[in-house]
Write a new protein. Structure first.
Length: 450
């Protein structure tokens, strides 16, 4: 790799990578050769005819540059490779978009059509590296805390998280559909019934809601659940995980431990449940201001007069309000055990203690106005599981993208995802959604009615 050449001065090496740039001075030329570890100057005794972004293999001797030609801005600025042979491994055509800028001003559809080129720009290489490092650090911390990483299904049944589901038709059961998970909420609770006590997952979640700067069809959560815990223990665990991982990638946190506000305090103080605690100076210093918000109302009235949940129907109310929930009294006053985590004004996580008694969960769905048959068909499996010894449990999920956007100073979620959807909900590079073969529709027994 390029960065290893620092240790091989005087030796002949073989390097492979991309032509980052070329400078021709008639009889001699220079190539900046790039691989994932950095750039090195290649000296060529003669003219060259290569296009930028061509993939080459160079054999040459690593030499110290004369003092006055040292480039202090480059990690390998003290050395260069004196090329002996250059082989073209894969040529590159004229690029359809510049990749030596930050790319912010280029039309999104062009960037995402050629995302594999767009991703070559240093900003996005850095963003995805930081994302990978952050996720590794989260894993590291949770393994140290005795958590098990367990995957849950992608083809599943709808779990209400307040969005529309993406649904997948079934060939074996025509007319029936899977739903992609809006989150692993139900499965992680079932893992507590199953006795794992401490679970986490880097979970992909799918929500069919209109994309926004910080909202996408797909996002990734650090999703965890714990048994025999109180609210503060789950909050502390998530806080420690995030603090460990953020500090590992070099981020600076403004206030530790994270301040906690009740929903009422937040609304009085900031007129919102998402707020930015940074000063202008904090913003300049790229500090992350994280805070918890707790004690949200469990339910709110919809315009049609029916109740809806504010956060998560699987949550338990605070202990003092459990009997109100069970008796369905003073519904608007019931406070949930929900905790939301915010960072620099964005909601980056949330969780709660859960109902683990069937009657508590049933009462929630009854308040939401679900008839008994619907409760049974939609959530009967949870109500049944809770009759076989389910421990009290709670958990939390933290969306990677929004936190990393804050840290990396990015305004759009697509800047921290490898192959994001466009703002109008189409895939990067590949053209989807797109029609399928009539035979596929026939096999699924589906007819397009348009
Ligand atoms: P929630 O719905 O609050 O909770 O999601 C958790 C976190 O995931 C992120 N997030 C998103 N990021 C980008 N695009 C989206 N469309 C999107 N939706 C959510 C946010 C959010 O805070 N099952 C519960 C968690 C739990 O109670 O354990 C849940 O999914 O940062």
């Amino acid at each position: 790799m390029v960065k290893d050449t620092l240790q091989t001065v005087g030796k002949t090496v073989l390097l492979k990578g991309w032509v980052n740039s070329i400078r021709s001075h008639g009889k001699i030329s220079f190539i900046d050769l790039r691989d994932r570890s950095g750039l090195i100057q290649v000296f060529v005794a003669g003219p060259i005819n290569l296009k930028p972004e061509t993939v080459i293999a160079v054999v040459g001797k690593v030499s110290l540059r004369p003092e006055k030609l040292i480039n202090p801005k480059l990690l390998t600025g003290k050395i260069e490779l004196q090329s002996e042979s250059i082989e073209v491994l894969s040529p590159c055509r004229e690029l359809p978009l510049p990749i030596d800028t930050d790319g912010c001003n280029i039309d999104e559809t062009v960037r995402l059509k050629y995302r594999y080129l767009d991703l070559r720009r240093p900003r996005l290489q850095r963003n995805l590296k930081v994302r990978s490092d952050y996720i590794q650090a989260c894993r590291e911390y949770l393994f140290q805390q005795d958590f098990l990483e367990i995957e849950t299904p992608i083809l599943t049944k709808s779990t209400p998280e307040g969005s529309r589901d993406f649904i997948v038709p079934s060939r074996n059961y025509p007319g029936n559909f899977f739903a992609l998970p809006q989150s692993p909420q139900q499965y992680k609770q079932l893992l507590m019934t199953a006795g794992f006590e401490r679970y986490f997952q880097i979970a992909r979640c799918f929500r069919d809601e209109d994309p926004r700067a910080d909202r996408a069809f797909e996002h990734t959560q650090l999703d965890l659940e714990m048994s025999f815990v109180e609210r503060e223990e789950v909050m502390a665990l998530m806080e420690k995980t995030i603090t460990y991982a953020l500090e590992k990638i070099g981020a600076k946190i403004k206030i530790k431990p994270f301040p906690v506000f009740t929903y009422k305090e937040a609304m009085e103080k900031f007129k919102a449940d998402k707020f930015d605690l940074r000063t202008e100076k904090d913003k300049k210093n790229n500090l992350l201001a994280l805070a918890w918000v707790i004690e949200f109302p469990f339910f709110e009235k919809k315009p049609d007069g029916n109740w809806t949940f504010t956060h998560n129907p699987f949550s338990r109310p605070i202990p003092e309000h459990e009997s109100m929930l069970l008796k369905k009294q003073k519904i608007g006053q019931i406070i949930t055990t929900q905790y939301d985590l915010i960072c620099n004004g964005l909601e980056v996580g949330g969780g709660s203690l859960r109902s683990y008694q069937p009657e508590m969960l049933r009462a929630v769905f009854e308040i939401l106005g679900h008839p008994p048959a619907k409760i049974k068909s939609q959530f009967g499996h949870m109500l049944e599981a809770f009759t076989y010894g389910t421990p009290p449990h709670g958990g939390c999920a933290h969306g990677f993208e929004r936190l990393l956007m804050s840290y990396l100073g990015e305004d759009y979620i697509r800047e921290v995802q490898a192959f994001p959807q466009t703002g109008s909900g189409r895939t990067s590079v590949m053209d989807a959604p797109s029609p399928v073969d009539p035979e596929q529709l026939q096999e699924l027994q589906l007819k397009i009615s348009r």
